[in-house]
Design a protein around this ligand. Structure first.
Ligand code: PEP
Length: 261
């Protein structure tokens, strides 16, 4: 029997937030996350300007923090970009890379995402590598080919020791922000495919956390997180609401307990 993996729930605030509202939300999440079992890890990925705020409010709590992108370059004349090392200086643990909004609106290629993954790892951040198909690609039956290329490009650039340190998030583009989540069975099918792809890179890589993202809400989270290859979630809209985000973290705890029994 394979060992049980911890659950990980990560909020992606996208371009939302204001100092005052952030403080209320972060303090509530930190307070309530303290009651979660040890096998549920929680993090929030915030806009860059709020890194100092999250560091001062979350330091010493059960909630880690991170950013939503990093530059492909370590430093230099790249106006407007933010280096992974800079985020690390503010105590960040995670960096989302290759979110579908960046692939779509900033034309990020699979290769660029792979380089960003390397930069994040070099800086000591855990990259959360996002992959996922569009509705058109799903309807054309090419979901597995699409995620295979997206993840394959990243794995090709990493040693197996490096690959063992990443997190992968399967986020079908048609489910993000639409209120239309993948069913648990649809998500599990793609996660099993990704798990096999990771395992082919080495035994240690097989157990990297595989998150599902796309309209996760309190009422569908537990069923998703109970699936064999779903180790938690990347949460957009619901991560901005204290009660919803905490309920999703509690669903991860319930799913973990169910899997252990
Ligand atoms: C996301 O942006 O990564 C996401 C999953 O968004 P939502 O939960 O709002 O669908």
């Amino acid at each position: 029997m394979s060992k049980q993996r911890a659950k990980l729930v990560v909020g992606n605030w996208k371009m939302h937030g204001r100092l005052e509202a952030n403080a209320t939300l972060l303090q509530a999440i930190a307070r309530r996350a303290a009651a979660l079992p040890a096998d549920v890890r929680v993090a929030v990925c915030v806009p860059f300007p709020y890194l100092a705020q999250v560091q001062s409010l979350l330091e010493g709590s059960r909630v880690a923090w991170g950013v939503q992108d990093v530059s492909a370059n370590a430093q230099g004349a790249y106006t407007g970009e933010v280096a992974a090392e800079m985020a690390r200086e503010f105590g960040a643990s995670f960096a989302i890379v290759g979110h579908s909004e960046r692939r779509a609106y900033h034309y990020e290629s699979a290769e660029l995402v792979a380089v960003k993954t390397q930069r994040a790892l070099e800086a000591g951040l855990t990259p959360i590598v996002c992959v996922g198909e569009t509705l058109e690609q799903r309807e054309a039956g090419t979901t597995e080919q699409v995620v295979d290329v997206q993840l394959g490009e990243v794995l090709a650039k990493l040693s197996s020791e490096e690959a063992a340190q990443i997190v992968v998030a399967y986020e079908p583009v048609w489910a993000i922000g639409t209120g239309r989540s993948a069913t648990a069975a649809q998500a599990q099918q793609v996660h099993a495919f990704l798990r096999a792809q990771l395992a082919a890179k080495g035994a240690a890589v097989a157990d990297v956390p595989l998150l599902y993202g796309g309209s996760v809400k309190p009422d569908n989270a537990e069923e998703l997180f109970r699936q064999r290859d779903i180790d938690g979630g990347l949460i957009g809209g619901a991560s901005l609401k204290e009660a919803d985000f905490i309920a999703i973290c509690e669903a991860a705890a319930a799913a973990s307990a169910a899997q252990a029994s």
